[in-house]
Write a protein that binds this ligand. Structure first.
Ligand SMILES: Cc1ncc(COP(=O)(O)O)c(C=O)c1O
Length: 479
């Protein structure tokens, strides 16, 4: 029996090496390597079927498996790869989809809006009518409830907190004069949200995420009891990093919150509202502004979005949707900040898409490019880790991320091992306030930027590191 399993292990060392080798020559002879790769993939699937969960292996079996994986790791290291899965950036093919936006305006174009506004000149502080209509459709809000900003939604979020800090929200005490200001941070969450609140010295309170959104029992309790809590960060659709969407019940409970602080606001960052991966299988999010109005809480929410991951990140247009009272508050500050944002870019976006149908069609093209990448990640996790009890992962229908949870205490080790083998991942801990994941288990996987082949190589290395790290932990626990 032992002899037989030894033979099997030896055999799979060969298979794994065969796979790495096939990857290496892929640049030379893509078709041949794909055939080899497919063969190795089938063999590896067979390997998975015979593999027991690691926690059920004997120490001897685990030690053997450790030796096999470490040998594989050394071979991978020798390939000197440089792969980056650290940030959720669109890849070049995705950026190319919007190049037509560079052609819709030229020096002969009439830059006049339907209402006569000359986009080359000052004016239209809330944005041009056509852009408010387009982003209104995108955000499912009335154009009159929309302000079009500059090139970044995060920038609008930062500014919103900055203004609350120095001037207060709708006549309330500026946050800088309060003894303490707190924010609820659903975890795991988006590191750049946490970075904004950390910058202002706002105390961040983690709230656990569930598969249907933040734990609303905790949110309701904290918000209603503590008037120092002034806000909550939310990514309600295809969340960063889980890729999950809040269900109807969660949105309605948000709308019905009874905060102790009159200036409490929900920071509803709907960055991935249109970012479906599939045509026939999509998440649906109910519209929060309408729910807040219905619940008699019209001013409770600031809703942010942008075209960053629709056209060009950093050169898109950002928008805020909110109630008329909040709009007045924003405009009263905004008029001191600028005479108007970039209307030429707003017009460029409108002329490129035509209307919301053009944008939906455009998003289908994004999905065609990134769907295979999500599937590479999921298939590789399934192929290499299913049944081993070494981690869990999400299977999103949209957005930009997949979330992986390792055994407790392994995330930093996995990220560092991957780095030493040439794969850069989002730092472990980044999905928690102050970069501190108490379980050291959460890792955000960002599949969009690398090519499919680079992503496959990176994922092969990732799952290898997960297995090595899990065995190290299990063996340490037994000693
Ligand atoms: C949840 C979320 N919000 C906002 C952004 C950035 O938006 P923008 O480029 O408009 O600032 C990102 C980018 O990754 C994101 O994931």
């Amino acid at each position: 029996m032992i002899l037989q399993s030894f033979f099997v292990y030896e055999f799979y060392i060969e298979v794994d090496w065969f796979r790495v080798y096939s990857n290496a020559i892929l640049n030379e002879t893509i078709h041949a390597a794909e055939v080899l790769y497919a063969a190795a993939f089938t063999q590896l699937e067979t390997e998975r079927q015979i593999m027991k969960p690691y926690n059920e292996m004997t120490t001897e079996e685990l030690t053997q498996e450790q030796a096999r994986l470490k040998a594989e790791y050394r071979k991978v290291q020798a390939l000197d790869m440089h792969l980056d899965m650290s940030r959720g950036k669109p890849c070049q093919d995705q950026l190319d989809l919007s190049m037509g936006m560079m052609d819709v305006l030229d020096s002969t174009s009439d830059l006049t809006c339907e209402d006569g506004t000359d986009c080359r000149n000052y004016g239209q502080l809330a944005g041009i009518k056509e852009a408010r209509e387009l982003l209104g459709d995108m955000m499912e809000n009335n154009p009159k409830d929309i302000i079009i900003y500059g090139n970044s939604a995060l920038n609008v979020m930062f500014d919103t907190i900055s203004r609350a800090w120095t001037h207060g929200i709708m006549g309330n005490t500026p946050w800088c004069r309060l003894p303490e200001v707190k924010f609820l941070c659903p975890v795991p969450g988006y590191d750049r949200h946490f970075s904004i609140t950390q910058y202002f010295g706002i105390d961040m309170i983690p709230v656990p995420m569930t598969p249907t959104g933040p734990d609303m029992d905790i949110v309701e309790k904290l918000v209603s009891e503590d008037e120092a809590i002034k806000g909550i960060w939310c990514v309600p659709k295809y969340s960063n990093p889980q890729g999950i969407s809040y269900n109807d019940e969660t949105v309605r409970r948000f709308a019905r919150l009874k905060p102790a602080a009159p200036d409490f606001r929900i920071f509803w960052d709907n960055a991935y509202g249109m970012h479906h991966l599939y045509d026939d299988h999509q998440d649906y999010l109910i519209e929060i502004l309408a729910e807040c109005k219905r619940a008699g809480n019209p001013d409770l929410v600031y809703k942010f979005s942008s075209t960053s991951k629709i056209t060009f990140p950093g050169s898109g247009i950002a928008a805020l949707a909110t109630s008329p009272n909040n709009m007045d508050d924003f405009m009263n500050h905004l008029k001191h900040q600028t005479i108007g944002h970039d209307k030429v870019n707003q017009l460029r976006h409108v002329r490129f898409f035509g209307d919301i149908h053009g944008m939906v069609e455009h998003m289908r093209k994004h999905a065609e490019i990134i769907r295979p990448k999500f599937e590479i990640v999921e298939n590789t996790l399934e192929r290499d880790l299913a049944g081993l009890n070494v981690g869990t992962w999400t299977k999103p229908l949209g957005g930009y991320f997949i979330m992986f949870d390792s055994l407790p205490g392994c995330a930093k080790d996995i990220v560092s091992r991957a780095k030493k083998a040439g794969v850069v991942l989002t730092p472990a801990g980044a999905t928690w306030p102050y970069g501190k994941d108490p379980n050291d288990s959460n890792i955000r996987i960002a599949p969009t930027y690398p090519t499919c082949q680079d992503l496959q190589n990176a994922m092969d290395i990732f799952t290898l590191c997960v297995r090595i790290s899990a065995i190290k932990k299990l063996l340490a626990e037994r000693n």
